[in-house]
Design a protein around this ligand. Structure first.
Ligand SMILES: [Cu+2]
Length: 241
């Protein structure tokens, strides 16, 4: 009994000593679980609890401890984002015409590209992302830019090439805009490597990954920005040497 009391006292003393700072410091990260949740479509909306966005109904995503800064419209900052063509896997994919392609060598290598992430049955962000991409394509055509557009399905099991073709027609996609699907394992690894991997397709990113492969310059911009803003980022990236 006395021994127990003594031990208890010893512990109390030990913890109140300056040396116990180390212990406190180690346990601290666990106490900092003030995770906030935000909507992929409305990043301004923040919540302390998981749930759905009151504006669009999308599943809220937990903000990571070091949240990826949302690029400010009009800005094409690259310093916070390091990505290299080396990270792009040469996985087997299929386009909207059922043509088998090697993702890197057939779609990215030696080109300027803008990549977004969609799925054909999406009723929230994807129609907007796709309509915006079409408007960007028209501007690219008008400015005689050689930048190619790529839309990768985040739901490859459902999004067959036929479905992608219908979707492409719906958004009046012209030549130079490739829709990509394929084997789920391959597409999942592709999405992962492009920093667009998600467990739930409804949580997919609304970012556009923009790259100049010959110069190995990559940046990202918000896919719901205006076509003018997106065009500026594309043009800036394509002009890099
Ligand atoms: Cu979507």
């Amino acid at each position: 009994m006395l021994l127990k009391a003594f031990l208890a006292l010893l512990i109390v003393v030990a913890f109140s000593m300056p040396g116990s700072v180390v212990v406190t410091a180690q346990t601290k990260p666990k106490q900092q679980q003030s995770v906030t949740y935000s909507c992929p479509m409305h990043p301004d909306f923040k919540s302390k609890k998981p749930g759905r966005c009151p504006k669009c109904g999308m599943t809220l995503r937990p903000d990571t401890p070091a949240p990826t800064p949302t690029p400010t419209p009009g800005e094409s900052k690259t310093e916070n984002f390091s990505f290299s063509s080396m990270q792009i896997p040469n996985v087997k994919v299929v386009d909207q015409n059922g043509k088998a392609l090697d993702f890197y060598t057939d779609l990215v290598k030696g080109r300027n590209v803008a990549i977004n992430f969609i799925f054909t049955t999406c009723t929230s962000v994807c129609p907007v992302l796709s309509a915006t991409f079409r408007r960007v394509q028209v501007e690219l055509e008008n400015s005689q830019s050689d930048t190619k557009l790529i839309s990768i399905s985040v739901d490859p099991t459902v999004d067959t090439p036929e479905r992608l073709r219908d979707f492409a027609e719906k958004f009046k996609a012209g030549p130079g805009w490739t829709f990509v699907t394929g084997d789920k394992t391959e597409i999942d690894s592709l999405l992962q490597r492009l920093g667009a991997g998600v467990g739930n397709k409804n949580d997919h990113t609304s970012m556009i990954l923009i790259g100049n492969d010959p110069a190995d310059v990559w940046t990202r911009t918000y896919g719901l920005s205006s076509p003018t803003v997106i065009m500026k980022v594309i043009t800036d990236t394509a002009s890099r040497k």
